[in-house]
Every structure is written in structure tokens, then in C-alpha cells.
Ligand binder design. Structure first.
Ligand code: GDP
Length: 302
């Protein structure tokens, strides 16, 4: 937790600092409120949440009258926490909700390059460290190096990788991974999928099929959408497409170490109605952290 705060605060503080500076002005005129709005929009908070936050802040600052820095910080903290949400279920469900003799199944989906394979590897590491046996399914058969990359992660963290022929059927690899995971009594099967976004129907066919085929052996317990935090609004458009194809149950926001635009957390949750559960804070095996609203907002405020 402390590390998360330290890692985030290096890049994230500009939003909180900017807001605190603006709200500390002697006269909060229309221009200032517009600047507050611009600051939030620039940080990818999104139009509707920005409007809501500005309305709330205007109201509360008026009631406050004189504003000490401490009071402003507390007020802003409270309102940002409300927007981020403190009571959402952010558990990554890796335990099977189906038959007891089956591993939990997690599908990892998202556009190529967002950090799907890396996230799958990091998540496997967390689970293995937790004493679970993990099988990886290399269902990204489209990108030639993806299966090798996943297998390297598997070897590094102590998880076996199930893979198919190059350019083979992703659904059959996913099916085999669950089947083999079940046969060997694994606790969790993590399936890395392909994220070609050429055409929506192509994606729909492929990803929809992966999910359907896996579900022949029981329910999928978690569908994690991996989103690159540095892609802003573009990432949101992609997220929407995926949400139409599969039932997303959690969001992993990667590369949060490389952007000051932490507002994307708020925007994407609002857009999909699904909580951010994990954040990626670097390329290394330990750079995956549970998303903690308090730590995140404190990092924003510096
Ligand atoms: P995929 O195509 O979605 O499977 O993406 P990869 O897992 O291959 O990741 C693409 C690139 O992003 C790689 O160079 C990763 O090391 C990098 N990456 C993934 N997650 C993070 C993160 O949280 N922070 C940073 N800085 N880089 C990341």
C-alpha cells in the first residue's frame, strides 16, 4: 500500500495539486471554475463526472466560506473518493463458482499492447505466491510471440502454460487449458486472449467463441478487461466495444506509472459500470497492485 502510494504519487500529483491551488484562490470566479473543469477534463475524468464534481465543489466551497488548505484538501478528498467509489466489490474472483472440482477461470481481454500478457503473468505470480497452483492458457494465437512471452512468464513464476499451434484456434487452446487445469487439479486457470480490433465482428466472433467454449466446462469466474491508462478517451472507446462482446467483471488499468491522467479510473468505471480491481505500475513481476481508492486519492492529492 505504501509502495502504491509512492509509485503513484510520482506521476499523479499534478491533478490534485492543480485543483488545490485553484481552490485556494481568494476569489473563486467563473474563470477559476472553468479552470477547475479543464484540469479535471485534462486528467481524463470525463465530462459527466467532471460536471458532477464541479457542482458539488461549488456548493460545498460556498458553505465553507473561508478555506484553509487543510479543509480544502479534506473536502476534495471526500468528493474524489465518492466519485472513485469506496464500496465497490474489487475482489478478483479466482475461486470457482461452479462445480467444486474445477479451477477458477479468469479470462484476460483487451486490445493488443495494453499489457494483457504482462498482467496475466503478474497475476499468476500473485496467485502462486498465495499458494495456488496456476495454469496459463495462451489463447492469443494471433500474435506470434505472445505464447512464448506468456510461457516465459509462467516459467518465471511457476505456472504451466498450455498452448496450441501458431495461428491455431484460440477457443480450442482456452478449452484445453481449462480441461488440463481441471485434470491436474489446478486452483486457477488464467486465459490470455487476443485483442485484434480490426473489426468488431471479428473480435466478437473470436472472443465470444472463446467464452462460449470455456463455458462448456462451467462458468467463467472473472473477465478482466486490461486498459492502458495512457490512451485516455481512445481506451474508453475500446472498452465499450469489449463490454459489448463479453460481460466484463473487472478492469485492470495498466501503465498508471506512465501517466498523470489518473482520472481515467473514474471515467472508465462510469462508462462500464465495472470497478477497477487492479493497477499496473511498471513492467516488472511485482508491479501489479490491488486498486485501493484511499491510496489512489491520497496519491492524487500529493
Ligand atoms: P499485450 O499485447 O496486451 O499482451 O501487451 P504486453 O503484455 O505484451 O505489454 C505491452 C508492453 O507494455 C510491454 O512492453 C510491457 O512490458 C508493457 N507494460 C505492461 N504493463 C505495464 C505497466 O503497468 N507499466 C508499464 N510501464 N509498462 C507495462
Amino acid at each position: 500500500l505504501v509502495r502504491l502510494r509512492a509509485r503513484l504519487s510520482r506521476s499523479q500529483t499534478s491533478l490534485g495539486k492543480g485543483l488545490l491551488t485553484l481552490l485556494s484562490r481568494d476569489h473563486l470566479d467563473e474563470d477559476t471554475w472553468e479552470e477547475v473543469e479543464d484540469t479535471l477534463l485534462t486528467a481524463d475524468v470525463g465530462v459527466t463526472p467532471t460536471q458532477e464534481l464541479v457542482d458539488r465543489l461549488r456548493e460545498r466551497v460556498k458553505v465553507l466560506g473561508t478555506r484553509s488548505p487543510g479543509e480544502l484538501r479534506a473536502l476534495l478528498r471526500e468528493e474524489l473518493l465518492t466519485l472513485v467509489g469506496t464500496d465497490l466489490d474489487r475482489t478478483v474472483h479466482t475461486e470457482t463458482s461452479g462445480a467444486v472440482d474445477r479451477p477458477g477461470v479468469v479470462l484476460v481481454v483487451g486490445v493488443n499492447g495494453t499489457g494483457k500478457t504482462t498482467t496475466t503473468g503478474k497475476l499468476a505470480r500473485v496467485l502462486v505466491a498465495d499458494g495456488k497452483s496456476v495454469v496459463l492458457g495462451a489463447a492469443d494465437t494471433f500474435r506470434a510471440a505472445a505464447a512464448d512471452q506468456l510461457q516465459t512468464w509462467g516459467e518465471r513464476v511457476g505456472a504451466r502454460t498450455v498452448r496450441g499451434p501458431e495461428a491455431g484456434d484460440p477457443a480450442s487452446v482456452a478449452f484445453d487449458a481449462v480441461k488440463e487445469g481441471t485434470a491436474e487439479g489446478a486452483d486457477v486457470v488464467l486465459i490470455d486472449t487476443a485483442g485484434r480490433l480490426h473489426t468488431k465482428t471479428g473480435l466478437m466472433d473470436e472472443l465470444g467463441k472463446v467464452k462460449r467454449v470455456v463455458e462448456k466446462q462451467g462458468p467463467v469466474d472473472e473477465v478482466l478487461l486490461v486498459l492502458d491508462a495512457t490512451t485516455g478517451q481512445n481506451g474508453l472507446v475500446q472498452a465499450r466495444v469489449f463490454a459489448e462482446v463479453v460481460n466484463i467483471t473487472g478492469i485492470v488499468l495498466t501503465k498508471l506509472d506512465g501517466t498523470a491522467k489518473g482520472g481515467i479510473v473514474i471515467a472508465v468505471q462510469r462508462e462500464l459500470g465495472v470497478p477497477v480491481k487492479l493497477v499496473g505500475l511498471g513492467e516488472g513481476p511485482d508491479d501489479l497492485a490491488p486498486f485501493e481508492p484511499e491510496a489512489f486519492v491520497d496519491a492524487l492529492l500529493g
